[in-house]
Design a protein around this ligand. Sequence first.
Ligand code: A3P
Length: 348
Amino acid sequence: METIPNRIAFTLTSKNVVIITLFIGLGLLLLSNLHSSHLPSFSATSGTSIYTNLQALRTPNKYLFSTNNIPHNPHTIGHVSNVGMLGKQRFPQAIIIGVKKSGTRALIDMLKSHPQIISPKGEIHFFDRDETFRKGVSWYIGRMPYSTIDQLTIEKSPSYFITPDVPKRIFHLSPNVKLLLIVRNPIERAISDYSQLFNPGRKSRNLTFDDFVIHNHHVDNTVSVIKVSTYDIHMARWLRYFPLQQIHVVNGDALILDPAPEIIKVQDFLGVSSFFQKNMFYFNYTKGFYCWNKVTENGYTHQNCLGSGKGRPHPDISKTTKELLKQYFASHNERFFELVEKSFDWNN
Ligand code: A3P
């Protein structure tokens, strides 16, 4: 009678060992393919390949967070690279899209005091510059700081708001990203823009603000400082791609006068833990603006004010220019208020 050990000995002939090894190898290959088909490729290096590579990241429902590739963090939109000891570099979960000279730096710097909020240094300009966009999403993620799963990465590039291609580009890469827009009285914003443009360190101020924006008793709407302040025109483009609930509008005038309430609203919108308190902010009479206490990684508290490029003195403008600007912006402002379902004290 044939014994069991004999049968085992029969199956382990050299021919069968080769067949078994082949089967195991094939199985392993199949498993690894199945696994990698769930992971998006980040090898996009040219503009044309970006969307192809990111098709895998698109969600069927644009108002829901993507569940592709984001098992842990509900804020993570799914683009992650370079796993490291300090965490991962991630596609931002929120972007400050503008508006230039409305307090974008104050907003990001104040938000960065929150232990759950992290942001790259400077402005990346990924979505608004063709040459940068062509570098691909892996390049963009590579500019982000390492973050833990509890942290939120926020990028700010104020020219996103006014650049026509940007809403579509962001939507294609991350349809659920939270957007922050800070706005300020459009006339004050235009004066601030002018003050930066003709800052003595950059250009000699050979034109007064009045001469710069008024020609033949009309507002020159071809001048960039005016065009940027027509918020309704830019906002309409964003709303073609993103629902209003995904865009939080920050009142930049209120942020100057009393930062805490505005920052707390942003904190709620972002869904991070409750951290900001009124007593963290204090008015600095030398600077003429609010500064705030910031706790460093080592646990030290230091006082944080923005640099001299923020909070510049503004030139006086004539009553006539002010009146012409008010009339010019009135209808733009009204339309903007309708679009964002919120009004601001700008038409008085
Ligand atoms: P001015 O320099 O014209 O006063 P941005 O960072 O988008 O360029 O905006 C700059 C504006 O931020 C400044 O314009 C200033 O009014 C405003 N701002 C808001 N909060 C501020 C703060 N705490 N310190 C300095 N500037 C602040």
